[in-house]
Design a protein around this ligand. Structure first.
Ligand code: FA5
Length: 339
């Protein structure tokens, strides 16, 4: 009852106040250290628990009512309130993210190959043995399969397509693309995630490859070499040269490994590359057995294919020289924000 009177008197006084200064004084008198309300608050400690709760609640309600009345009246008198908003204050810029460096590299690679008329496609990350190995001239038990540190899926086998695996390379898209297009010309760019049981500074369990496949009448090695040179110039810089070295893949004949001049030493040879050249991946002329698996007549059509690591080409970009590609997947903002 005492508090109710206090509140009513306080509200009346606030209502009658004629200036912000008067309100300021009222605030001190009504809520300050020596105010009646504050004195009541001090008596709380000595009360039994139940009364304490009851009186505490009343004190709080009274205090809140007085504070709102003070604010309201202050607003009416044109003064500042406690909840004011300065609309002219400069805003706080929320931190802005950006695409992951691998996504940026994928976008750039896609753009470069689209200029040559390649079409970007995506094929399954979990695929049948047939597309990953068998159709690529690697029958079951062929030793060439050992090169791919394959992760197998524990699922029932398909009667014709075999076991399910995590794609070890984007070459699984080759025969799938032949089946999709049916009749050449084919100019495919398949970019996707690949998986192998590997982990060291230049290998990750999950990584990305981009795979080119061109099939038409009269396609030969110079078409492949021209495409490599174009990519090198556009992606790494105008002075970059490419070279192809004899190699072996079951699905290409002849097969090559593709090197670009090292961007760290401009091909002179350094700690990073040793020879002045850095390998980016494989390439070759599509094997007739692979064309046959895709129902394309090798007597009429020929083609080239290449498959390179996105992480591998990114780390060679001038100025980057990423020593350990695992950093790309470390989720460390200090590292990723540099891109
Ligand atoms: C292949 O995967 C072939 N499919 C490439 C190919 C395609 C040859 C078409 C001929 C025709 P290879 O296993 O060498 O080849 O891998 C190619 C590239 O993928 C490597 O040079 C490397 O850049 C990248 N790569 C392979 N394994 C990893 C890994 N664990 N982590 C990161 N990058 C990898």
């Amino acid at each position: 009852m005492q508090l109710l009177n206090l509140k009513n008197q306080a509200l009346a006084l606030i209502d009658q106040a004629g200036s912000p200064e008067e309100l300021k004084q009222l605030q001190i008198d009504l809520l300050g250290r020596k105010s009646e309300l504050n004195q009541t608050l001090k008596t709380l400690a000595k009360l039994p628990p139940e009364e304490k709760i009851n009186l505490g609640r009343q004190v709080n309600e009274t205090k809140n009512a007085i504070e709102s009345a003070l604010n309201e009246r202050r607003q009416q008198l044109g003064g500042r309130t406690d909840q004011w908003l300065d609309v002219t204050a400069p805003g706080k810029q929320p931190p802005l993210g950006h695409l992951h460096p691998i996504s940026q590299a994928i976008e750039e690679i896609q753009r470069l190959f689209e200029h040559l008329g390649f079409t970007r496609v995506r094929y399954p990350e979990v695929d049948w043995d047939w597309y990953v190995f068998e159709a690529l001239n690697m029958p079951a038990d062929h030793p060439a399969r050992d090169e791919w540190e394959t992760i197998f899926i524990d699922a029932p086998k398909h009667p014709k397509l075999g076991q399910m695996v995590l794609t070890t390379h984007t070459s699984n898209g080759q025969v799938r693309e032949m089946e999709r297009v049916k009749t050449p010309p084919i100019r495919m760019l398949n970019i996707g995630k690949c998986y192998r049981r590997q982990q060291d500074p230049t290998h990750t369990v999950m990584f990305h490859q981009f795979e080119g496949l061109v099939i038409d009448k009269g396609i030969s090695i110079p078409h492949l070499k021209g495409t490599l040179d174009y990519f090198g110039r556009e992606f790494f810089g105008p002075k970059i040269k490419s070279r192809i070295r004899p190699f072996h893949f079951q699905f290409t004949e002849p097969s090559f490994e593709v090197d670009f001049t090292c961007t760290a030493c401009s091909g002179r040879g350094c700690r990073f590359c040793k020879s002045g050249w850095v390998e980016v991946g494989g390439a070759g002329m599509v094997h007739p057995n692979v064309l046959k698996a895709g129902k394309i007549d090798p007597r009429v059509f020929s083609g080239f294919a290449f498959g390179w690591g996105v992480e591998r080409v990114l780390r060679l970009k001038p100025g980057l020289n990423i020593d350990d590609i695992r950093m790309l997947y470390s989720s460390q903002p200090e590292f990723l924000n540099q891109f």
